[in-house]
Design a protein around this ligand. Structure first.
Ligand code: CMC
Length: 390
């Protein structure tokens, strides 16, 4: 390959050194700063996880109280943002809206736009974590034509998001603690995942010295794709289509389509570049799914039954076994979110909300690295040799 190593899809290229998230894809193991995801999902909340990812360790009681207070102080967005949001079509995809809104934050918070200034980065981090739920809820309220609900800072991070999503000025929304905990767990499970496509995008974008909000907006844009964060929406749409055609009885027929390479059909929510074993997030998500459906009296949810049937067949089928394809985080997350009342189109925006902290932690780590330079991949040129215009 001449002077440069050619590695399409970065299958064997480490783009950075990182001490944030560790994945053992063969074992199906995921650690944030050394802590197993299974323990974080049970013993910590999302804001503890944010603190951990940003600072390297879990907070003590004072650090925890202080961090929670700081985040809650920044939950409102500049009132002018409403006018920007109102210029979108109401039927715009929430990820189109989010890409715009997050990028626009850089036009409002001038004291946190210098990526090379640690104080700017710190305040940008708090602002982004605090404002993402507000922006996602605003995008939702706008799409359904309801008034925006301001954040209520006596609620938890997840509870506040539910309030902004589901309360109206005429009716309070009572946060169900089981659902609140489930949503918080969804946030924890999505908080970071080492050098995936959107995180690598954020690093590359930030490496030019652009402002942190612009770098995170680039991450949102990348996450949107169905091979990445958009898979949760695509997975639920897939389940809906199979259900409409006959449900569990049609699973075999659908699987034959998936295995036919000419069909272009994939089993969404299955497969992963790194996991060649069960994605530990999918296991936790499946448990959460059962808890939420039971709490809401939806134990017989047909899409959950359908997902379980697809999983059972796939785990025993030669096609999937040979390729080590297992359920990933997106396989069950859509069913949980739909049961909570979150519209399908919003699923990827919620992934973006939760992943924001990972993007910021990775950006901070990159800038603090003494070997950090602008990212500038090379190429193997395959075009025409030099020639003259006649
Ligand atoms: N359904 C059917 N076949 C599949 C699937 C699937 N979901 N995923 C991979 N394969 C096949 C693929 O066709 C290939 O077969 P062959 O070796 O015969 O050509 C083989 O398995 C290896 O797949 P690949 O596409 O080379 O693997 P990759 O590492 O480039 O892609 C992936 C990983 C996640 C993009 C892919 O598995 C996929 O498209 N999955 C469905 C979308 C999805 O669920 N994405 C969410 C990923 S997890 C959330 C996140 O972090 O974003």
């Amino acid at each position: 390959t001449g002077k440069f190593t050619y590695d399409p899809g970065f299958l064997s290229t480490a783009s950075c050194q990182s001490s944030i998230t560790y994945i053992d894809g063969d074992k199906g193991e995921l650690l944030y700063r050394g802590y197993p995801i299974e323990q974080l999902a049970v013993n910590c909340d999302y804001l503890d996880t944010c603190y951990l990812l940003l600072n390297g360790d879990l907070p003590n009681a004072d650090q925890r109280a202080n961090f929670h207070k700081r985040v809650l102080n920044h939950t409102m967005v500049n009132e002018q943002m409403q006018f920007f949001l109102r210029s979108f079509r109401r039927d715009a995809h929430p990820m189109a809206v989010m890409t715009g809104l997050v990028g626009a934050l850089s036009a409002f918070y001038h004291d946190s736009t210098d990526i090379n200034n640690p104080e700017h980065r710190e305040i940008a981090a708090i602002r982004l974590i605090a404002k993402m739920p507000t922006l996602v809820a605003m995008a939702y309220k706008y799409s359904v034509g309801q008034p925006f609900m301001y954040p209520k800072n006596d609620l938890s991070y997840a509870g506040n998001f539910m309030h902004m999503m589901f309360a109206t000025p005429c009716a309070d929304y009572k946060v169900n603690p089981v659902i609140e905990r489930a949503l918080d767990r969804i946030f924890i499970l999505h908080a970071d995942h080492e050098q995936n496509a959107s995180t690598s995008t954020v690093r590359l974008c930030g490496s030019s010295g652009t402002n942190p909000f612009a770098a995170i907006a680039a991450g949102v844009a990348c996450l949107w794709g169905p091979s990445h964060g958009g898979a949760n929406e695509a997975c639920l749409n897939m389940l809906g289509e199979i259900q409409a055609k006959g449900g569990v009885a049609k699973v075999g027929e659908f699987m034959n389509q998936v295995k036919d390479k000419n069909s272009g059909v994939k089993l969404m929510g299955f497969g992963h570049r790194v996991y060649k074993n069960y994605d530990p997030r999918a296991k936790l998500m499946q448990e959460t799914c059962k808890e939420v459906l039971t709490e809401l009296g939806l134990e017989n949810d047909p899409l959950f039954k359908l997902a379980m049937a697809l999983e059972k067949i796939a785990l025993e089928d030669d096609y999937f076994v040979a390729r080590k394809l297992y359920p990933n985080v997106d396989f069950y997350s859509g069913i949980v979110q739909r049961a909570i009342g979150i519209p399908v189109q919003l699923f990827t925006a919620i992934f973006a909300l939760a992943r924001t902290v990972g993007w910021i932690a990775q950006l901070n780590e990159m800038i603090a690295d003494p070997e950090y330079k602008i990212g500038r991949p090379r190429q193997l040129f395959t075009g025409a040799a030099a020639r003259n215009v006649k």
